[in-house]
Ligand binder design. Structure first.
Ligand code: PLI
Length: 461
């Protein structure tokens, strides 16, 4: 039998401009990480060789997006770019009303203040840091209703972001639908390792919530990546376009918050989009207090233009296949090296299982924070902690929240790095893993009240 030969694929673009990066010595990195209090958020970017801190706002824009910047209409009110963005969101996502914001958390602030009352419960498919804080500041309590598989880093469930319908129904029966302003759904789930939700599950969630008159608010920050996984994995969707799948996902929800700095390929921007006119009216009123006029909401006209173009590029099949393909390349390489990572490999980054890589550290010795610092020291690769430090403290007891997942995220910016960069990253992680006994734990020496992972400082124990 003749075997079909596998062909390689490559990025659907070529490079037009380059930005030099600095390579440092071990001694320079030792000084830099000490000065940063062992927190990779506090490093200066000039001291970083390959920056995998985040995929947020770090994408390379296309020549079309840069051309779009020149089309910026910087009128205070009624900018042409706002109408282009509004039309794009209506066409590609299907939501009726748009409130632009400077980034995702501003949209989370507005929707939380409008919809959540003191004592409310907000069920969701695992938390995201900023989303949860805004829900809590509005007087609500977030409750995790993701399937159990999502908390198990080695479980290969193809849709680990699915909602456990039993858990959700029990919450509705326990607290009553009047206590649940909305269910918070993320596509894909960042803290679970960039895992997708299936359309089958989302349809079932829609049915259950509709029965009880509960809304669904969609964190659509990485919706195109989720749609790509649906096309690849879910029965009946192989022939559907990513663009159509994205629209179908949105059609099952009542509104969305978006950090446009991820999927939508811009360096800054976000929005709230809703179908309900009353919520829109309130949001449009609030945005003028916190962000700016309702036709720019914290963005320049040129940024709205780049975003409208970025949304269209984000759902192109060749783009999204290459984007996720690069993440899979790094994840598969680390797997071949025997490094424990979250499976299946997610869409926006590879998540290292810090508990397994540094088994000699207890969780209160902050294994993920320690691992991120050790990788930086080895090679100048900057990663992010996603474990006990990110999980913060329980507002009632003041104790650390101890998440099951203690992870380090190697997040891949879109259209920025090459396969050779991925090789360097994998080799560095492998080297740290092989010398894991040399990595010591960390303890807090400074801890801010909110979102402590950004600004905390540490010292080796
Ligand atoms: O960083 P913002 O404010 O534009 O967006 C906040 C935000 C909301 N939802 C999700 C799923 C996110 O991933 C998110 C931001 N994520 C960051 C900054 C990250 O590094 O993953």
């Amino acid at each position: 039998m003749s075997k079909e030969r596998k062909r390689s694929w490559a990025e659907p673009y070529k490079i037009k401009m380059v930005e030099p990066v600095r390579m440092t010595t071990h001694q320079e990195r030792q000084k830099a990480i000490e000065e940063a209090g062992y927190n990779t958020f506090l490093l200066r970017s000039r001291d970083v060789y390959i920056d995998l801190l985040t995929d947020s706002g770090t994408s390379a824009m296309s020549d079309r997006q840069w051309a779009g910047l020149m089309m910026g209409d910087e009128s205070y009110a009624g900018s042409e770019n706002f109408y282009h963005l509004e039309e794009t969101i209506q066409n590609y996502y299907g939501y009726k009303y748009l409130v632009p914001t400077h980034q995702g958390r501003a949209a989370e602030h507005i929707i939380s203040q409008i919809m959540i009352k003191k004592g409310d419960i907000i069920p969701g498919n695992m938390y995201f840091t900023t989303t949860k804080v805004h829900q809590e500041l509005a007087g609500g309590t977030f409750m995790d209703v993701i399937i159990d598989e999502a908390h198990d880093p080695v479980n290969e469930h193809p849709f680990k972001a699915n909602i456990d319908l039993d858990k959700l129904e029990k919450l509705i029966l326990k607290y009553g639908a009047h206590k649940i302003p909305y269910v918070s759904i993320a596509t894909t789930v960042n803290m679970a390792g960039g895992q997708p939700i299936s359309l089958e599950n989302l349809k079932a969630v829609r049915e259950l919530t509709s029965k009880h008159g509960i809304k669904i608010i969609h964190d659509m920050t990485r919706v195109a990546e989720n749609a790509y996984f649906i096309k690849e994995r879910e029965e009946g969707y192989a022939e559907k376009s990513v663009r159509d799948i994205v629209k179908e996902i949105c059609s099952l929800t009542d509104g969305a918050t978006m950090s446009a700095k991820k999927d939508a390929l811009v360096n800054i921007g976000g929005f709230l989009a809703v179908n309900d006119e009353e919520i829109f009216d309130k949001a449009r009123n609030m945005v003028v207090i916190y962000e700016g006029l309702h036709t720019y909401g914290g963005m320049a006209g040129r940024d709205m233009e780049a975003l409208a173009i970025g949304i269209k590029e984000s759902v192109e099949y060749d783009h999204i296949r290459a984007r996720v393909g690069q993440v899979l390349y790094l994840g598969n390489k680390l797997t071949d090296m025997g490094v424990p990572i979250v499976k299946p490999i997610g869409s926006h980054g590879v998540f290292l299982d810090a508990k397994k890589i540094l088994p000699h550290l207890k969780q209160n010795e902050l294994p993920a924070q320690s691992l991120a610092a050790a990788i930086y020291l080895d090679s100048g690769v900057r990663a992010m902690e996603r474990g006990v430090v990110s999980a913060g403290r329980n507002p009632q007891t003041g104790e650390h929240n101890y998440p099951k997942l203690e992870l380090v995220r190697l997040t891949i910016p879109r259209r920025v790095y090459t396969q050779a960069h991925m090789d360097v990253v994998a080799e560095s992680v492998e080297a740290v893993f092989q010398n894991n006994s040399k990595v010591s734990g960390l303890k807090f020496v400074y801890e801010p009240k909110y979102l402590r992972f950004f600004q905390s400082r540490f010292e080796p124990v």
